[in-house]
Design a protein around this ligand. Structure first.
Ligand SMILES: Nc1ncnc2c1ncn2[C@@H]1O[C@H](COP(=O)(O)OP(=O)(O)OP(=O)(O)O)[C@@H](O)[C@H]1O
Length: 240
């Protein structure tokens, strides 16, 4: 796509292969993520999606291929990892406190984001007082405070009920408009990938190969009809 030509590549994965002993998990994966893009990796359960993230985050080695990251990464897991004995503001401030900043200063830094992230009024509550959706907002904000440059989101809404999930997807789109982070998301939910992404990589069953890359035009003058969306979903479904 022409509009991509002058954009910075934030993540470049080339011919990536990964085996766990004699189990082949990833086979010649090629993925590029450009600055400010929202890209999803869609694939069946167990195909190797989290393995790709763990490789990108340098938590797992790869067998062959190459990987280039231009920027600072943060990684949000599906599981809510908020510390139960700390307030939301303390939880969200953790990445800053870990960088040796004083708590008071860290609170000052994070406070303005509570409004943007729809968390106003929850600053001094404890995780157990929040709904699943609100907890994931806080989890996302903490990830964002760690790095807002490149964010890896591993099924962030996977554990939520479908109504909460839909409202969280709308919330994430809204937040994405306000911040210009580069986001790479893992999901096995076709609707979620279509709703959120600029591009979707569809992976096969294990060993994962990229079956196809879909571009989704999110510009304001483009509106997909429900018919277009159904066709797209069908096409993706046939690949999985
Ligand atoms: N440390 C490991 N050692 C051996 N095999 C592993 C290891 N981690 C993952 N695997 C295997 O690699 C395959 C891919 O796992 P991975 O978690 O990357 O898939 P996934 O697509 O993220 O799955 P899900 O959608 O269920 O989260 C699975 O078959 C898994 O059992």
């Amino acid at each position: 796509m022409n509009s991509y030509h002058n954009k910075k590549i934030k993540i470049s994965i080339e011919n990536l292969c990964k085996n766990y002993d004699d189990v082949e998990v990833l086979k010649d994966i090629n993925i590029k993520v450009y600055e400010g893009e929202f890209v999803s990796i869609l694939g069946p359960s167990g195909c190797g999606k989290s393995t790709i993230f763990n490789i990108v985050a340098n938590l797992t080695s790869y067998s062959s291929g190459s990987l280039n990251i231009d920027g600072k990464l943060s990684y949000m897991y599906q599981k809510d990892l908020l510390l139960p004995y700390k307030t939301i503001i303390d939880n969200v401030s953790l990445p800053i406190i870990l960088k040796k900043e004083k708590k008071k200063k860290a609170h000052e830094v994070v406070k303005p984001y509570f409004e943007i992230f729809g968390l106003s009024g929850y600053e001094y509550k404890y995780p157990k007082e929040l709904s699943g959706g609100m907890k994931q907002r806080a989890n996302f904000l903490r990830t964002f405070m760690n790095s807002n440059d490149i964010m890896l989101l591993d099924e962030p809404f996977g554990a939520l009920d479908s109504i909460t999930k839909t409202s969280m997807q709308k919330w994430l789109l809204d937040v994405k408009k306000k911040v210009n982070s580069t986001i790479l998301l893992i999901t096995h939910d076709i609707d979620e990938a279509i709703m959120l992404s600029d591009r979707v990589y569809v992976l096969s069953k294990r060993p994962a190969v990229v079956k196809k890359e879909f571009f989704i035009d999110r510009s304001q003058d483009n509106e997909y009809s429900s018919d277009d969306i159904s066709k797209l979903k069908k096409e993706i479904l046939e690949l999985l």
